[in-house]
Design a protein. Structure first.
Length: 251
């Protein structure tokens, strides 16, 4: 099998997943977008969290040209990316009971805010407890996960529950357990993950919906522009000034 054929198969698989997410998650995308718009309109703040590679999609909606300026990254030291050494530490920390509570207690999150939690499996203690504790504090939670894991794996949280069980809105990425789209007889392991592609697309669709919902209500959505276009820095400066008390990545 040629490299080109495999590349095409991956694109086909990713496109199929994106189509499924568009068609099957349309109602949840609308609901999640309305939730973010409600939060912005009522003076709340927006946060996104993901551990390991799930953090990539969270980072993609923070301080993003064309994105909502109010989206802040809820960072947990050691689990944000693969820059921690050893890289396996992040995976281990995801399974630590009680870590989510400590993170929320020392974060700026408060009742009336919205938190997007991204976890492909949704089975580890950190995302499960993050959702449970956040809702107990009066924070709205949007979960982005693969619902398939809840029926094909065992929860690693003492409650036996998954991220999907503790959210106001759940977006299903449709990713198969194992997150690998390709198999070849000559390669002993499945490969070519698509979760980042699909999860990022879902979140950008939610942000677009939130912006449109705010505009429909007569509220200018607090969007950022690229700093690489003329007038971009001036535009962003105005947004930062107007919403400075709800933006935490500039402090």
């Amino acid at each position: 099998m040629s490299d080109a054929t495999l590349a095409g198969q991956f694109f086909d698989a990713a496109i199929d997943l994106l189509r499924r997410a568009r068609d099957e998650e349309a109602d949840r995308i609308a609901e999640a977008g309305a939730l973010l718009a409600d939060t912005v309109a009522s003076g709340g703040r927006l946060f996104a969290f993901g551990a390991g590679h799930s953090s990539l999609a969270a980072q993609d909606v923070v301080y993003r040209a064309g994105g909502l300026a109010l989206m802040n990254l809820l960072a947990v030291p050691g689990v944000v990316g693969v820059d921690v050494m050893p890289a396996t530490l992040g995976s281990a920390l995801e399974r630590v009971d009680g870590l989510a509570g400590a993170v929320l207690d020392t974060s700026p999150l408060r009742a009336g805010d919205a938190l997007v939690i991204i976890s492909l499996s949704g089975r580890n203690a950190l995302p499960v407890e993050m959702a449970m504790n956040a809702r107990a504090l009066g924070i709205k939670v949007i979960g982005v996960t693969s619902v398939a894991y809840a029926s094909e794996t065992t929860s690693r949280h003492s409650s036996g529950t998954y991220l999907k069980d503790h959210c106001d809105v759940v977006l299903d990425s449709k990713i198969a357990v194992g997150d690998a789209e390709l198999t070849v007889d000559t390669i002993p392991a499945p490969f070519a993950p698509a979760s980042t592609v699909v999860t990022s697309a879902l979140l950008q669709a939610v942000v677009a919906t939130a912006a449109a919902t705010l505009a429909d209500r007569g509220i200018e959505p607090p969007l950022l522009r690229s700093g690489n276009v003329d007038g971009g820095h001036e535009w962003n400066g105005r947004v930062f000034t107007e919403y400075g008390d709800r933006i935490f990545y500039r402090r």
